[in-house]
Write a protein that binds this ligand. Structure first.
Ligand code: MCN
Length: 793
């Protein structure tokens, strides 16, 4: 029974160790006899490796070994697997080229792994790596989506003509065509989704270890899902049985999706440790992070919205080309399909939606999930075209949204692109955001800004997203090769304290606090009686890890399910001790009591009894420890309204974000303060995408132009206003299908805010005839728009 921990805004218990420098990250781990790896990487986007001469490097001080792709091939090292299979419209499977950890013949992006130098110190490894001479025959490269689909474009993979990985679609094309025939107006829009670099504070690190006496391998790595890495690397790449491979992901300093995937370096150091019988560590430099972490977004889209005279949406057609990079990363094919195409109905009752997605290979690093993964792209498109429609129909952007919203009584709502939304009240979040943003008073603020020579604009976006991939069965039919459940083990010690082993992985989200809150609340014990363990395959039975804002809804629900079992067993023991019927015993505020009496046993007494012979019933096994797997029946569907106000300085084109208001619905909140922090982080990243961030490869050479913070701009505190964030909690719109009623919150900010920012920018410039601005809205771009706009003169 609850003791008020659920819903309490408790400070994060893990922060003490982080802010006192006591966090233990992968790079903090030093194994006895540890060696250091430096990776020789391709300087070219596309080239044939003619020869590799490592003779001089081998003589360099401290060098222990140098390995190339040929050495790995000789050991039968396999390809890094892709976890999703997408089937094209014509029924053919996607093209899945090999993804070998170190290439032996042809490099396909700048930074591709060619050789590894292993030495006694990092400095020695780096120095020797510079001496490895690779003779390349340069080949023509293609770096952008537009160029990849052009006639005669260089080919990334011979088995993928036209660079096409797959050509997928979803929705009813005939019904959508019909809707367009009946339309009063068709609003068209071309949108570029700018490519992003994830930029976790902690770069990727991998440390392989091998014990020849037991044949046991250990990989310490900066991962969001150690069990999945063990499964993929063990079975698919290095052929190590899972019981001989331990993967540990200790404290991880942010991931934002980029640390979900199995990376080549993890396989290289584990394999090399086995070869050398000594631990091998690789730590990415920031340049390597830019070059080799999987990037995000990168779409080109044409969309058309069919509308009726009164602004009713009749149909939406979307045609997107998505960049996969040179190799298929673990989740990559799912991002522009399942996580994008399926979200294109947005919050609206648009009856017909049809979406085609062509995924293409380019000579760039892989593109995969990055905070939001597909949902920011879908939300941006829908919320931009809705805004353009409002403007072109002469309607208020609030009213066109309100008119087309799915209404609360329509849930569960089956949308035309495959998903069934669980619950929602979009008008409630819209109204709250309008109130908190003082939307009605905007004209006064605009006039005041004008008096100062500034152009002020306001933009709205109302998103719905899907968190916690589900259900396993339907995901399978769309191509998932992995289940999407989560595990939890709750171990109650004889003293009544509890250790929770979770398959989720916390790398900034505060699970150690929130999961402990759930346990403390359900068992009626103190937070200090609960420890949460994660991130080590030797401790946790199995796990799917953290991504897609699934940890609370899926991992937390697994904990809740295990607690149900603990409580049920505790009731039996208490009934035995109290000589009562099990059905009369309930757990209230930490006491198992016979309902309606004062006869009770404290939770700790029952915990002890579970381990003491004769105290527990003879038909029960001793101990108080339960495991549960929770397999969600549906995604959770958080939704919310984000409103942004900007001021543009027309002299220099700078866009200042002056106000951001977020009103979200995440169902039941376990820890409102952590949720607010998650929204803040997401908003900062979303504003970064809208205004500052853009990963650019040179079109001719395929070189990464934005390979450092000198030319890739991250948002800083001074770029952001103080956010006004509020979440609605209403039992009627809580998640109806998980035991916590919770929906995900970890990506919402990055999903909702980019279109609000751009809608605000366009609003500020609309008097110049500006209809759309592609992200990022940099000062240079805005200055040009202002000075070349149709009505600039
Ligand atoms: N929570 C809650 N009540 C809710 C929903 C969530 O109290 N109704 C809490 C959860 O218990 C958890 C946090 O809020 O502590 C986020 O929960 P959830 O939405 O389940 O997301 P995950 O924990 O699965 O985290 C993943 C999500 C994703 S997909 C990215 S990307 C992301 C993000 O979280 N990367 C992050 N937030 C990040 N935060 C940090 N600091 N670093 C990252 O790399």
């Amino acid at each position: 029974m609850a003791n008020g921990m659920i819903g309490a805004a408790l400070p994060r218990t893990e922060d003490l160790r982080f802010i006192t420098g006591k966090g233990r990250y992968t790079d903090d781990i030093r194994r006895p006899g540890q060696l250091y790896a430096a990776i020789v990487r391709s300087l070219h986007a596309h080239a044939r490796i003619v020869s590799i001469d490592a003779a001089e490097a081998r003589q360099a001080p401290g060098v222990v070994a140098i390995f190339t792709g040929a050495d790995m091939a000789a050991d039968n090292v396999g390809s890094l697997p892709c976890g999703w299979l997408v089937t094209s419209k014509d029924g053919s499977p996607m093209v899945e080229p090999p993804h070998i950890p170190m290439v032996a013949d042809r490099v396909r992006h700048v930074g591709d792994q060619v050789a590894v130098v292993i030495a006694e110190t990092q400095h020695q490894a780096n120095e020797a790596a510079a001496l490895v001479e690779v003779d390349y025959e340069e080949l023509p490269a293609v770096a952008t989506v537009a160029d990849a689909i052009a006639e005669g474009a260089p080919t990334v993979w011979d088995e993928a003509p036209g660079n096409t990985c797959y050509d997928w679609h979803i929705g009813d094309q005939a019904a959508t065509d019909q809707a367009f025939k009946n339309a009063h107006r068709v609003i068209e829009l071309d949108v570029v989704q700018n490519r992003l670099v994830p930029n976790a504070i902690e770069p990727r690190v991998a440390l392989g270890d091998y014990d020849p006496s037991t044949g046991q391998y250990t990989l310490y790595t900066t991962s969001q899902n150690p069990h999945v890495i063990r499964l993929l690397m063990g079975t698919g790449v290095l052929h190590i049985p899972e019981h001989k491979l331990r993967v540990v992901a200790p404290d991880v300093g942010g991931g934002f999706g980029s640390k979900i995937f199995h990376y080549a370096e993890e396989a290289i150091v584990t394999w090399a440790a086995g070869k050398l019988g000594r631990p091998v560590k690789w730590t990415a430099t920031r340049s390597e992070s830019f070059m080799t972490d999987a990037h995000g977004r990168d779409h080109l889209t044409h969309a058309a919205l069919a509308v009726d005279k009164d602004g009713t949406f009749l149909g939406l057609k979307v045609s997107t080309t998505a960049n996969m990079g040179a190799y298929l990363s673990l989740f990559a094919p799912s991002v522009p399909t399942y996580l994008y195409g399926c979200l294109l109905a947005g919050c609206y009752q648009t009856p017909a939606v049809y979406c085609e997605v062509r995924a293409v290979f380019t000579h760039t690093v892989a593109v995969d999930a990055y905070r939001g993964a597909g949902r920011p792209e879908a939300t941006f498109l829908v919320e931009r075209i809705v805004d353009v429609a409002a403007r072109e129909l002469g309607m208020d952007p609030v009213e066109i949204r309100r008119k087309n919203f799915i209404r609360p009584e329509q849930f569960p709502y089956e949308c035309p692109v495959g998903l069934t939304y669980d619950s929602g009240d979009y008008a409630a979040t819209l109204d709250l955001a309008l109130k908190n943003a003082e939307y009605a008073d905007f004209p006064q603020r605009k006039a005041a800004a004008k008096a100062q020579g500034k152009l002020r604009g306001i933009g709205i976006s109302h998103y719905v997203e899907a968190c916690g991939l589900a259900p396993s069965a339907a995901a399978g039919s769309l191509g998932a090769r992995a289940g999407l459940y989560e595990s939890a083990q709750v171990r109650v010690h004889p003293s009544g304290s509890v250790t929770v082993y979770t398959g989720s992985h916390s790398h900034g989200q505060g699970h150690e606090t929130v999961f402990a809150q759930i346990v403390a609340d359900r068992l009626g014990i103190g937070m200090d009686q609960v420890e949460v363990v994660h991130g080590d395959t030797a401790n946790v039975a199995f796990g799917m890890g953290t991504y897609g804002s699934r940890s609370l809804a899926v991992g937390g629900s697994a904990i809740s399910k295990a607690l149900d079992k603990i409580i049920a067993k505790g009731q039996k023991i208490a009934a035995h001790l109290l000589e009562a019927s099990v059905s009369d015993v309930e757990l209230r505020a930490g006491q198992f009591q016979i309902a309606g009496t004062d006869r009770q046993k404290a939770f700790a007494e029952i915990a002890l009894a579970a381990y003491v012979p004769h105290q527990y019933p003879t038909d029960l096994e001793p101990g108080l420890e339960e495991t549960a797997f929770y397999d969600p029946t549906n995604f959770t569907f958080p939704a919310g309204c984000h409103i942004c106000e900007v001021e543009i300085d027309p002299e220099v084109g700078t866009v200042e974000v002056v106000r951001v208001t977020a009103a979200d619905n995440f169902g039941t909140l376990i820890n409102p303060m952590i949720v607010e922090g998650q929204v803040h982080g997401g908003l900062a990243q979303g504003i970064g995408q809208a205004l500052l961030e853009e990963c650019i490869y040179d079109r001719e050479s395929g070189q990464l132009v934005t390979g450092s913070y000198m030319n890739y701009t991250m948002p800083r505190a001074a770029d952001l206003p103080s956010f006004a964030v509020e979440a609605i909690e209403d039992p009627a719109t809580a998640c109806p299908h998980n035991p916590l009623g919770a929906k995900g919150c970890g990506e919402a900010g990055a999903i909702g805010v980019p279109p609000a920012v751009i809608n605000a920018v366009v609003d500020a410039l609309s008097h110049l005839g500006v209809r759309h601005v592609d992200m990022p809205a940099t000062p240079e771009k805005i200055w040009h728009i202002i000075h070349t706009a149709p009505s600039a003169d």
